[in-house]
Design a protein around this ligand. Structure first.
Ligand SMILES: Nc1nc2c(ncn2[C@@H]2O[C@H](COP(=O)(O)OP(=O)(O)O[C@H]3O[C@H](CO)[C@@H](O)[C@H](O)[C@@H]3O)[C@@H](O)[C@H]2O)c(=O)[nH]1
Length: 249
């Protein structure tokens, strides 16, 4: 048993692969890795962290190599790519190297706090969910540090998607999630979007394919170091993909 509660069980063979895509995260990476180790090492969970760096000019990969020396090559796995190829394809690349039967995806910029990971794992184990999604829009979840424009974009994207596609999950654009690996692979194979919109399509496809989705309230705290890579082109891509999904599903 990995928890004091006796109403769920983590099988000894369960392993969690945490995918961390990075682009210019040299300040954030050591802290997020330290927090992951703090919250997971103290548990009995078997896990690995896969860092997918896309040729960050700030030297994130060098920092990742140092971390690998500290925590060991079985805990920290480096799967870099030569150049910035986008968040969606970074996950697709990462999953190819995941050895766990569960995959956790999260941002490396400290917006997603690793303290929530055990909650994802416990909920999944309790109900055998195919997907557990972190939600900023249920219970005591929330967003901290975003300006009005960014909140409006996120709320607006969720609202319009809820209206058009009725996905039955409250946070569609968030990217703090746990998947059964085989489910994630099937969802990736069925998704057509790349970039940020990928997160939304994954939930829509999960519903289509009748996978079960659980939700854990999470707080999303805007990054302190570095900059968001969300720009106008991602927003245009989101709207295009939303209309495509509306027309085809
Ligand atoms: N490898 C790689 N990593 C990337 C790339 N672009 C971004 N990342 C990494 O992906 C994570 C999130 O990137 P940000 O650019 O900081 O995301 P954001 O604007 O804060 O957006 C967040 O909120 C969106 C809306 O809720 C989410 O859709 C998005 O996934 C992310 O969680 C960070 O760890 C960042 O380094 C890329 O092209 N390649």
């Amino acid at each position: 048993m990995a928890s004091s509660e006796m109403d769920f069980e983590i099988t000894k063979s369960d392993k969690y692969s945490i995918l961390l895509p990075t682009y210019n995260e040299k300040e954030n990476l050591p802290i997020i890795i330290w927090l992951i180790m703090k919250y997971l090492d103290s548990s009995e969970y078997d896990f690995e962290v896969i860092i997918i760096d896309d040729g960050s000019p700030d030297g994130t990969l060098d920092v990742a190599k140092q971390l690998q020396k500290i925590y060991g090559p079985t805990k920290i796995i480096l799967r870099p790519r030569e150049r910035k190829l986008g968040l969606g394809t970074a996950y697709i690349h990462g999953i190819k190297h995941a050895t766990g039967n569960f995959v956790i995806i999260m941002d490396a910029d400290l917006s997603h706090h690793p303290k929530f990971i055990p909650k994802f794992i416990e909920l999944q184990a309790k109900k055998d969910y195919d997907v557990v999604s972190g939600s900023r829009y249920i219970g005591d979840g929330g967003v901290y540090g975003w300006d009005f424009k960014r909140k409006l974009i996120s709320r607006g994207a969720n609202f319009v998607t809820q209206l058009l596609l009725r996905p039955g999950a409250s946070d569609l654009t968030g990217s703090f999630r746990l998947y059964k690996k085989d489910v994630l692979q099937k969802l990736i194979d069925s998704c057509v979007s790349k970039g940020y919109v990928f997160q939304m399509e994954m939930i829509i496809r999960a519903r289509q394919l009748k996978y079960t989705i659980g939700e854990v309230p999470i707080t999303f705290v805007d990054r302190v170091y570095g900059e968001s890579k969300l720009g106008g082109s991602e927003i245009v891509q989101f709207v295009k993909s939303l209309l495509y999904l509306f027309a085809t599903t």
